[in-house]
Design a protein around this ligand. Structure first.
Ligand code: SF4
Length: 459
């Protein structure tokens, strides 16, 4: 890849601003795009005003996010009017779901790339640069580049510009086969495709050699890793291989679908030293009626049974979850079932949302919509309960020694650092910044809802 097409613009044409919306998978894709761009001579910038290329890597998990993205595009349109040479692009889930709508609402975009096309970014920019050159010479309007395909063969071995120095995301699969009634991931990311085991291991070995101590294995449903491939390596086997990589200290993974968490996987989690004692296990609702309407494929009894087995095998495990309230048809007694489950399980964290219909999903057609006010009240009650549980659980840690990996300088004070326990709890403490990247022991001296306060005991 060369930069020959860029000399028509000012020097900041080589500066790229990437804004990522949504999940860790999108962050991972942005890291690949950043790596590819860097290899092609571009530089990333945090300042959109100085960028020659602005790219939004989009998400479409909720209508609210979509509105946010369109409103951001409206702001960028003004910037493009002031600076016509600015190259403006959109990629990711929103583009994959509604490319025509995106182009209708933002005709000033220079390019759009679907979820299987993001890695073509450097060549697309090169094409556009050539078009800009031709336009400036001939006065003709240049063509916009549209690449939205469903072929999901993402090449291996692409460079990545990682955001973090000691902890990295590693995608192990793409897509989802589950078709939960409220979700559009299977439509925007396609069906499940697992990466070959050897490529995943190579990526993690390289990370470990560079000093990375922690990896988070990513997939929409990691528990079904390998099911569609001929390799005969399932997720439990993969964890076993990753655990053997020298230099790596911690393994995390997300997301785990409760219906696919096998006994074999559970045993592996308990057995492997590097697998952290934290599991994000989205329950979504505590009501069997609502779980069935959501097409989740399990019951609350199955979920509760899983939790019991997990706690038996790994007593110190922290469990976090996702919960949607106000799903169509949710009556007060269904919501009570959710509250009861939350209380019984005692989650260490919960991402809680009010249901909002997503265009193109099955649930968007369901009747018995819950009024916003009712959903809002339920959400508040749920948050209140979850906070009480969390405070109780965190208080229990005061006085205990825990292992943390020091991640960065605390957002609140430059004299303080922050790190995470193996159970994924944030700990803030006073310490030298040389500790960043180390795994140390701290004593918990105070607790709160969102973070714990610690004192360094040993390095
Ligand atoms: S498991 Fe369900 S909620 Fe999760 S990505 Fe797949 S369809 Fe969406």
């Amino acid at each position: 890849m060369t930069n020959k097409g860029h000399n028509y613009m000012e020097s900041n044409s080589l500066k790229v601003y990437i804004r990522t919306y949504g999940c860790q998978m999108n962050e991972y894709d942005s890291e690949i795009m950043a790596g590819l761009l860097e290899n092609s001579g571009y530089h990333l910038t945090d300042n959109p005003a100085e960028a020659g290329v602005i790219l939004l890597n989009t998400c479409y998990v909720r209508e609210k996010v979509k509105h946010k993205i369109y409103s951001r595009l409206g702001e960028l349109k003004k910037l493009k009017e002031e600076k016509p040479e600015l190259i403006l692009g959109l990629c990711g889930c929103l583009v994959q779901k509604e490319p025509e709508e995106v182009l209708r609402r933002a005709p000033y975009l220079d390019f759009i790339l679907g979820t299987s096309n993001f890695y073509q970014l450097p060549e697309v920019l090169e094409d556009i640069s050539g078009n800009h050159n031709r336009e400036s010479q001939s006065g003709d309007k240049y063509a916009r580049v549209v690449r939205v395909e469903e072929d999901r063969a993402i090449p291996e071995g692409m460079p990545k510009l990682r955001k973090r120095r000691f902890s990295a995301f590693v995608s192990i699969m793409r897509g989802c086969n589950n078709f939960c009634s409220y979700c559009n991931v299977p439509y925007v990311r396609g069906r499940e495709v697992s990466r070959p085991c050897k490529d995943i291991l190579r990526e993690i070995e390289e990370l470990a050699q560079k000093g990375y101590k922690e990896v988070t294995l990513l997939g929409q449903n990691v528990n079904s890793y390998g099911k569609e491939s001929r390799e005969k390596v399932d997720f439990a086997d993969l964890l076993g291989f990753v655990d053997q990589i020298e230099g790596l200290r911690r393994i995390r993974f997300t997301t785990s679908h409760p219906k696919d968490l096998s006994d074999k996987l559970l045993e592996k989690m308990a057995e492997l030293d590097k697998v952290c004692e934290h599991l994000h296990l989205p329950v979504q609702s505590g009501s069997n009626k609502i779980l069935s309407r959501m097409k989740r494929g399990y019951t609350r009894e199955h979920y509760q049974n899983l939790v019991d087995k997990l706690r038996q095998a790994i007593p110190e495990i922290a469990l976090t979850t996702d919960i949607i309230v106000g799903f169509p048809g949710e009556e007060e007694k269904d919501f009570q079932d959710t509250l009861e489950l939350v209380e019984t399980v005692g989650f260490d964290g919960a991402f809680t949302f009010c249901y909002s219909p997503l265009k193109g999903t099955e649930a968007a057609q369901l009747e018995e919509r819950i009024p916003e006010e009712t959903s809002g009240q339920r959400l508040r009650r749920l948050i209140e309960l979850q906070q009480k549980i969390l405070l109780r659980k965190n208080e229990f840690l005061v006085g205990k020694e825990v292992e943390i990996m020091v991640e960065k300088i605390s957002k609140k004070s430059s004299d303080e650092l922050q790190g995470r326990t193996r159970t994924n709890k944030m700990v803030v403490f006073e310490g030298r910044k040389e500790l960043i990247g180390n795994i140390i022991s701290v004593k918990i001296v105070a607790s709160g809802c969102w973070a714990l306060r610690g004192e360094v005991s040993s390095c």
